[in-house]
Ligand binder design. Structure first.
Ligand SMILES: C[S@@+](CC[C@H](N)C(=O)[O-])C[C@H]1O[C@@H](n2cnc3c(N)ncnc32)[C@H](O)[C@@H]1O
Length: 278
């Protein structure tokens, strides 16, 4: 899967509220040139990139979908550098539920968002799914590849930041555990819509998110660039889908060596064919 400059130009331009003409004017070029970039018919001249990134209030790396090798987006980069697997190598309980609800009797394309060190992706691949998985950490992806090699699991792992990355192909299943609190609230509608629209008809989302509860203290290993979801917020993303199951659970965790609690919302939702007008 590649991150496409053309999609990023469209997305950042629209988020700034510029038309193609307005962007072209600011760059002193023709609107046809902008249209060609956005339709992947040509690439911007390299000399224009600093101005383009500046006008779109981003940086060249983000625009190109490139994460510099040394850039640390999350503390997990360091945590995954240890020899041991931070989350162990046993799959999350949710994986069994996916298997039960949408068994791969035919090749099913599954995307894992924020795969960490790869335990769940490897489980899915070993059980017959065609797995694509990404995480922002280089250390996590390296370990995930190693785990996949040990189990001879063929998985398309890559490094991407979910805040900048958008899907341009469809999946039968989108799975993510403990990751979507890294999508800041202002990006949630857009990213969830991208994931929903790139889900095949009959496809499934199996997702959980950490949620805010006033009576649960901040966990000791919480990440500054994350924001818990509101209780129930995740379920509203699937109001047009069939919600097979949704639940909210408070559980104990020891991830940093200090016992603490989390509250988590989980949903299994199905994209049903649209029958309106039949
Ligand atoms: C709580 S861990 C869960 C990991 C994995 N899903 C699991 O259950 O083992 C959160 C994961 O989100 C990843 N992450 C954090 N910020 C991210 C971002 N902006 N883009 C992609 N992944 C991110 C972290 O690297 C980490 O692997």
């Amino acid at each position: 899967m590649e991150i496409r400059l053309c999609d990023n130009i469209v997305r950042f331009r629209k988020s700034k509220g510029y038309t193609q003409e307005e962007l072209a004017k600011k760059l002193n070029i023709s609107s046809q040139a902008v249209s060609k970039w956005e339709n992947a018919q040509s690439l911007p001249d390299i000399a224009l990139l600093p101005a383009l990134a500046g006008i779109l209030e981003t940086d060249i790396d983000t625009l190109m979908g490139y994460i510099p090798k040394k850039k640390m987006v999350t503390p997990y980069e360091d945590r995954y550098n240890a020899k041991e697997y931070y989350w162990g190598t046993m799959p999350n309980e949710m994986c069994m539920e996916v298997l039960r609800r949408y068994y791969p009797t035919r090749p099913l394309r599954l995307l894992e968002v924020g795969c960490g060190e790869g335990k769940d992706a490897v489980f899915f691949a070993r059980n017959g799914y065609q797995v694509t998985a990404f995480d922002v950490t280089e250390s996590g992806i390296e370990k995930a590849r190693r785990l996949a090699d040990i189990h001879q699991a063929d998985i398309d792992f890559f490094r991407a930041d979910l805040r900048d990355f958008r899907l341009d192909e469809d999946f039968d299943i989108i799975y993510s555990s403990g990751v979507f609190h890294h999508i800041l609230p202002e990006l949630r509608d857009e990213i969830m819509e991208n994931y929903r629209s790139h889900t095949a008809s009959g496809g499934m989302h199996a997702v959980n998110v950490f949620v805010e509860k006033p009576f649960i203290p901040e966990p000791p290993d919480s990440d500054l660039c994350s924001r818990n979801w509101a209780s129930g917020e995740l379920f509203t993303c699937y109001k047009d889908w069939m919600i097979e199951e949704c639940r909210e659970v408070i559980f104990d965790c020891n991830s940093s060596g200090i016992p603490h609690k989390h509250c988590m919302d989980t949903v299994f939702a199905r994209k049903m064919p649209d029958r309106k007008g039949e």
